[in-house]
Design a protein around this ligand. Structure first.
Ligand SMILES: Cc1cc2nc3c(=O)[nH]c(=O)nc-3n(C[C@H](O)[C@H](O)[C@H](O)COP(=O)(O)OP(=O)(O)OC[C@H]3O[C@@H](n4cnc5c(N)ncnc54)[C@H](O)[C@@H]3O)c2cc1C
Length: 283
């Protein structure tokens, strides 16, 4: 990692990471994703802390996928088999078993659930600063308040465009290699090098409930049919949904409001969000 430089135009976590629910579900339909998630879980839950002495804020409260139709339950059974091949513990539960695990849940219309006991959440700020600490200890440099304002490119004898350096208001860095990790601003950074990044930003709404008696230590819940997730947040829930007709956020690049200096939605702008309708019948 020696020689790597991370340029952050504001402070670390000031982008999407500031807002993330930090949920880690180990079981996904693709085996590549399952392997990547297993690696991430190992790093976040154990290795980073061992290496740096800092806690990433990892909480292992388990994850619960809801099946509200037969096909979804079959899919979860397949996921359980995939998990077996990769050493991820999981259990398909009946509605009654689900009720025992999660007494507050309405299970009347459930076909069953998939319970993954070693799923959990990480604290985004904690994970980010721990990663930065580990990278710095291995020779990387993290420079905050230093926006990339330009990328110099040249064309070699074979007509291939190559990176020559990066411009910032504080000077330039000569380098043949740039990793564009600017999140929703990646298109703008790509344009600096004449590269089109196929990425579209859109609104994502979530609500945080008040204290709910008896919710402590319950697993996080994902309902794929209702497109909603319920993340345990102490003794409350953070509930987020993926809208069927999302509002594209063309102005993401220009949006620099809010204390985090990055992305911040005002409640009034989230009209059209479906999070608060029948998606919440589960809680
Ligand atoms: C409400 C919400 C919930 C989510 N929940 C989950 C979840 O449960 N699990 C999950 O896995 N994912 C979740 N996500 C997605 C996850 O948050 C993102 O995938 C992740 O945070 C993206 O990280 P990033 O580092 O790529 O981008 P960002 O965190 O956005 O970082 C990009 C950085 O680039 C900087 N930057 C931009 N332009 C420049 C420039 N010109 N020069 C220098 N720096 C620049 C920005 O300031 C920013 O800090 C959620 C997202 C949201 C909004």
């Amino acid at each position: 990692m020696s020689g790597a430089v991370l340029l952050e135009r504001e402070r670390l976590t000031s982008g999407t990471t500031w807002h993330t629910a930090g949920l880690l579900w180990q079981l996904r339909p693709s085996d590549v994703e399952v392997e990547l998630l297993a690696h991430t879980r190992r790093v976040v839950s154990r290795e980073l802390e061992e290496e740096t002495g800092l806690h990433t804020g990892w909480i292992q409260n388990g994850g619960l996928f809801i099946a509200s139709n037969r096909q979804r339950l079959d899919e979860y059974k397949r996921l359980m088999s995939l998990g077996k091949a990769y050493g991820v513990e999981s259990h398909v539960l009946s509605p009654a078993e689900t009720k025992t695990l999660y007494p507050l849940m309405n299970v009347d219309d459930l076909y069953g659930t998939l319970y993954v006991p070693h799923d959990g959440t990480m604290d985004p700020a904690g994970t980010c600063s721990t990663l930065a600490r580990a990278a710095s200890a291995r020779g990387a440099q993290v420079i905050e308040n230093c926006p990339v304002t330009g990328i110099r490119v040249w064309t070699d004898d074979f007509g291939v465009r190559r990176v020559a350096g990066v411009e910032t208001p504080h000077g330039s860095i000569q380098t043949p290699c740039v990793v564009n990790c600017a999140g929703v601003w990646a298109s703008a950074v790509g344009r600096m090098a004449g590269v089109k990044v196929p990425l579209v930003a859109m609104h994502h709404a979530y609500v945080v409930t008040e204290r709910i008696e008896g919710i402590q230590n319950m697993p996080n819940v994902r309902d794929h049919d209702a497109s909603v997730y319920l993340r345990l947040q102490g003794d409350a829930l953070s509930v987020g949904g993926y809208e069927a007709n999302p509002i594209f956020w063309e102005e993401a690049v220009k949006s620099r409001t809010g204390a985090a200096g990055g992305l911040c939605l005002k409640t009034s702008t989230v009209k059209g969000c479906t999070v608060c309708s029948d998606d919440l019948r589960r809680a």
